[in-house]
Design a protein around this ligand. Structure first.
Ligand SMILES: Nc1ncnc2c1ncn2[C@@H]1O[C@H](COP(=O)(O)OP(=O)(O)OP(=O)(O)O)[C@@H](O)[C@H]1O
Length: 233
């Protein structure tokens, strides 16, 4: 199967001489579910940021949908990014907009018709179990509710790739299970899910997921791509 995201000999550093990721080779295939784990500071968020093209390597290549982001002209980046849904660690909801309008935002930017927006947002509000919160504002919601809204907003355009940084961090076990169930079902229907997490117990909940474990230097030797989840020794 051809790669949807390909890292070849990727080196990344915020400061010269202090590699966060070093000679990293990774292939992400369409419709697969990937967990990215590793200690705090291992480089999980940095890896995800490279996938949504917020960071670039200083050496090596990253190909997204077959395009080499190192050589791709800047003007093509937004249209590639539209095909990627992003759930940030800190949600980034717009405080001035209610739940419905936060989730609808990407569709409004795409100038979709209002009746399409209403039915699409209505459906996803049911999927994330928040149909009665449509007209509430983010500051009046719990962390877990805000997180589910951020997930809904990331999914609303039906992206080909979902990149999620700790998307279940503020959610109780039952809700985390239902979010994982939703993402797992979407991955089986073709969406590639790339999710960073500290919570190794989540890995048991998606039996078909692959596991990318970043070591302390994120280098080739310390990255494990395990076909099946196996408990860490
Ligand atoms: N903007 C930045 N400038 C300089 N260093 C940074 C920056 N962002 C992150 N770092 C450093 O890069 C390293 C990797 O950070 P990153 O956020 O990718 O790790 P992580 O595995 O996601 O950590 P966590 O699990 O704590 O979120 C850390 O040592 C961090 O301090």
């Amino acid at each position: 199967m051809s790669a949807i995201v390909q890292f070849d000999h990727v080196h990344f550093a915020y400061n010269a001489g202090a590699d966060i990721l070093s000679d990293l080779n990774l292939t992400f295939e369409p419709g697969q579910f990937y967990f990215v784990t590793g200690a705090s500071g291992a480089g999980k968020t940095s890896l995800l940021k490279m996938i949504y093209m917020a960071l670039r390597p200083y050496r090596g290549s990253v190909r997204i949908f077959g395009e080499d982001v190192m050589t791709l002209p800047e003007r093509y980046i937004p249209s590639l990014r539209q095909r990627i849904g992003i759930v940030f660690q800190d949600f980034r909801l717009v405080p001035e907009l209610n739940v419905f309008d936060n989730i609808a935002l990407p569709l409004r930017l795409d100038r979709r018709k209002e009746n399409f927006i209403h039915s699409t947002v209505g459906r996803i509000l049911v999927q994330i179990d928040l149909p009665d919160k449509a007209f509430h504002f983010p500051e009046t919601l719990s962390g877990g509710e805000q997180q589910r809204i951020a997930i809904a907003r990331a999914l609303i355009r039906r992206p080909q790739i979902l990149v999620a940084d700790e998307p279940t961090g503020n959610i109780d076990d039952g809700l985390a299970a239902s979010i994982l169930h939703l993402l797992s079902a979407l991955s089986k229907r073709g969406m590639t899910v790339i999710m960073a997490t500290h919570d190794l117990h989540l890995l048991d909940r998606v039996p078909h997921a692959k596991h990318i474990r970043l070591g302390t230097k994120g280098n080739l030797e310390s990255v494990a791509l395990l076909d099946q989840w196996s408990p860490l020794k």
